[in-house]
Design a protein around this ligand. Structure first.
Ligand code: SAH
Ligand code: SF4
Length: 371
């Protein structure tokens, strides 16, 4: 739980205004407080220097500035990737990752931040470190937003003032976001809020292992948020093994939900496909994938498996990925081969967390702030 005090990152404006009024403070200070709490220079309520000192103290007594109790950060990819393990008030640990993509040619610098939606995950995909660790609990909207705020605030202050729109948020950390849909949707609305970080829905992506009712809710409730489907196999026999939630919602239903999303929202859906050597990278799977992806607004992302410690599987070699990709392209499917960021710092889903289990973050902390 987030603790008895509400998080400033999830308190609704009217509730904050009511709290102020009850203290005899003007309600307009609610906007000032929210602006201050989301400034990249604010590390605590003390830094809200446009507020009277007594009010800063009262805020600290009444609200959590962050639901994250402690964080350990390590950098990799020569400073382009940074991965955080966050410890929450009850000792649960979650992960978020910051990835920078330097400006190249005509494209300007981009940053993507990958966040968790649950502590652990119950879906239990055998190639995923989070799945192997099992389910802890649901995250609150504040705990989801506070992962973004961690990178926004000192000492990182890596995301600018939030008005630039030059960064993206992906729900690709720990957890299955659509198994925590109410809180994830609430977090998305908080991230969108112009009084807070003001991140446009088009800069946010929800990745799902195939929770069909959740995808249908996205069509109605978050039609501007991007949808990525972790397909990873094109036959039920193989997908039952790789993405066990397939036993509930089989491939055909998952792809049909993707098609509905694309048709109703006009937005392109990503089909994520982790390439596992000798397992799901056969020509037969490529042709199956082409058949599922053809004829609607879809795009395939091929991702080499980042093997978890002790894994019986390895990633498909580059030549195999190229061959698989060519089979898709020959059939008119849009394909991107994604790089796996953070291999050198175990940034695949849940891995760093697994490595640090049982060690205190305070003891480990040696925060490297990128230059
Ligand atoms: N639960 C959601 C979102 C979190 S996982 C989902 O499964 O979509 C985000 C992505 O990371 C998924 O596409 C997942 O399949 C992928 N992933 C998990 N473990 C991985 C690994 N070891 N190597 C490469 N990708 C991995
Ligand atoms: Fe859960 Fe996604 Fe990992 Fe599967 S890949 S166990 S759905 S976090």
């Amino acid at each position: 739980m987030a603790g008895p005090r509400p998080a400033i990152s999830e308190i609704p404006h009217p509730a904050l205004a009511a709290w102020l009024t009850a203290r005899g403070e003007p309600a307009f200070r609610a906007g000032q407080i929210l602006a201050g709490a989301h400034r990249p220079t604010s590390a605590s309520f003390d830094d809200l220097s446009d507020l009277p000192m007594s009010l800063r103290g009262a805020l600290a007594d009444a609200f959590e500035f962050s639901t994250i109790a402690d964080t350990h950060v390590i950098s990799g990819d020569r400073g382009l990737t940074a991965k955080a393990v966050h410890e929450l008030a009850d000792g649960q640990r979650i992960e978020s990752v910051l990835m920078r993509y330097p400006a190249r040619g005509r494209s300007s610098e981009r940053t993507t931040i990958c966040i968790s939606s649950q502590a652990g995950c119950a879906v239990n995909c055998p190639f995923c470190a989070t799945g192997q660790a099992g389910f802890g609990r649901q995250l609150t909207p504040g705990e989801i937003v506070d992962q973004v705020l961690h990178w926004h605030r000192p000492p990182w202050s890596a995301l600018g003032d939030g008005s630039t729109g030059h960064y993206n948020i992906v729900f690709m950390g720990m957890g299955e976001p659509l198994n925590n849909a109410d809180r994830v949707f609430a977090a998305v609305r908080l991230l969108n809020d112009p009084e807070r970080l003001g991140i446009g829905a088009r800069h946010i992506t929800v990745s799902t292992s195939g929770v069909v009712p959740g995808m249908d809710r996205m069509i109605d409730e978050l039609p501007q948020v991007n949808l990525a489907i972790s397909l990873h196999a094109t036959t039920d026999a193989l997908r039952d093994e790789l993405v066990p939630i397939n036993r509930k919602w089989p491939v055909r239903e998952v792809v049909a939900a993707g098609r509905r999303f694309a048709a109703r929202t006009g937005r392109r859906v990503s089909l994520e496909y982790v390439m596992i050597d000798g397992v799901n990278d056969t020509d037969e799977q490529a042709l199956g994938l082409a058949a599922h992806a053809l004829g609607w607004l879809s795009h395939v992302n091929l991702i080499p498996l980042n093997p978890t410690p002790g894994s019986r599987w390895s990633g498909t070699p580059a030549a195999g990925i190229a061959r698989f990709g060519a089979l898709l392209r020959d059939r008119g499917i849009g394909v991107t081969v994604r790089d796996t960021r953070g291999r050198d710092i175990d940034a695949a889903c849940g891995q760093l967390h697994a490595q640090l289990a049982g060690r205190s973050l305070r003891e480990l902390r040696a925060v490297e702030v990128p230059a």
